[in-house]
Structure formats: C-alpha cells, structure tokens
Design a protein around this ligand. Structure first.
Ligand code: FES
Length: 143
C-alpha cells in the first residue's frame, strides 16, 4: 500500500525536532482527522538554512513532513513556495488516494512558517497567502 520511500521516511524521519528561536514557525491542523504538524524554519539571506518539524499524526503525515523538510532545506524562499503537496507526493513516489489529504499538512505548515517569518520581518513574500488557520497560539503538540 505504501511505497518504499514513504516507509523509509516514516521509519527514519529526517529533520524531526525543533529550532529554538526559529525565523518562522507554522502550525496547522488537518480538519479531516485532527492531526497537527508544526514546521520551524531558519532563514538567512533569503535561504532556508535549516528546517525541522514535529508531527502529531499518521504515518503518511510523518513521511510527508520529513520529505518536505528535505525538499526545502537549502532552497530560496521562492523555490520553497514551489514545494506543493503534489511535489511532496511525487517525491514519495505516491500516496494512497485516501492519504493524499495528509500531504496537504506539509504544504500548509511550510506556508504558515513562511508567513510567520514574513510577519516577524515586516516583509511581503510574493505569492504567499496568509494561512487559513495558524494554531501556533492555540494548541501545543504533545511531546
Ligand atoms: Fe491525519 Fe493522515 S490521517 S494527517
């Protein structure tokens, strides 16, 4: 049911954890299942130099978070904006159709973290929409 890449990223997630004093933090929830993903970005001179995530959710959500961090690390903000949920699913060699909604969390968490970065630095990132719902303030991911 799951590709080798999904299983690999689920069993050995990359970049799991948090960044203290991150440049931007985004936390989003999946309305369908209640799962939560938080992404931390370190940005220097427009480059995402470090990225970490914490996901309180299903295996597909953990695998998509993990691969999304790999896809954006070292990229410019403009390049990172092209990391859509479709790109994440493709990088995992696919997800079962019932699990595609899980990959949306990665894109949304990334956008929410970029939005937070933009807000903190009073800048506008072209093409970036405000997150539908950033739950940074409302909920904590259970350790
Ligand atoms: Fe909730 Fe996958 S079932 S994110």
């Amino acid at each position: 049911m799951y590709t080798k890449k999904v299983m690999d990223h689920f069993m050995n997630p990359r970049n799991m954890g948090e960044i203290e004093e991150a440049s931007g933090v985004g936390t989003v929830g999946n309305a369908k299942c209640g799962d939560i993903m938080r992404m931390y970005l370190q940005v220097e001179d427009d480059i995402i130099t470090d990225v970490k995530f914490k996901t309180f959710g299903c295996g597909a959500a953990i695998a998509t978070s993990s691969i999304a961090t790999e896809l954006v690390k070292g990229k410019t903000i403009e390049e990172a904006l092209k990391v859509t949920n479709k790109a994440v699913v493709e990088a995992l060699d696919g997800l079962p159709p019932v699990k595609v909604h899980c990959s949306l969390l990665a894109e949304e968490a990334l956008h929410a973290a970029l939005w937070d970065y933009a807000q903190k630095n009073h800048i506008k990132i072209e093409g970036l929409e405000p997150p539908k719902k950033d739950i940074n303030e409302e909920e904590e991911i259970k350790e």
